[in-house]
Design a binder for this molecule. Structure first.
Ligand SMILES: [Zn+2]
Length: 106
């Protein structure tokens, strides 16, 4: 269980960060799943915080008199999620790598 932060440096010195799902070995970045091979690149792997934190929900409107919680925020870095986004419900923050818990406490 968990993720590793992967830093890839290409021949031009450009750095790109990915997250590696330790269960499947798949690499992710904010744009989604990425290929595993980075020819000619230097790769640094780093453990990511494992303890899940609950996302901070917020709403920006009412429906039928009830607040609609269609926004959420990473409790670690403040990265914002919107319901319907590809990021919504991810098991980790694509920005800082924090493990996320999407269970509402309400
Ligand atoms: Zn974050």
């Amino acid at each position: 269980m968990g993720f590793k932060r992967i830093e890839v440096t290409d021949q031009n010195g450009h750095k790109t960060e990915f997250l590696k799902d330790l269960d499947t070995g798949k690499l992710y970045k904010r744009t989604g799943l990425v290929p595993r091979d980075f020819p000619g690149c230097q790769i640094v792997e780093e453990e990511v915080a494992q303890e899940p934190k609950t996302v901070i929900y917020s709403g920006d409107g009412y429906a039928d008199g009830y607040m609609v919680y269609d926004m959420a925020e990473c409790p670690n870095c403040g990265y914002e999620y919107e319901d319907g986004d590809k990021d919504w419900g991810l098991p980790f923050c694509p920005n800082c790598g924090q493990s996320l818990n999407w269970e509402s406490e309400v």
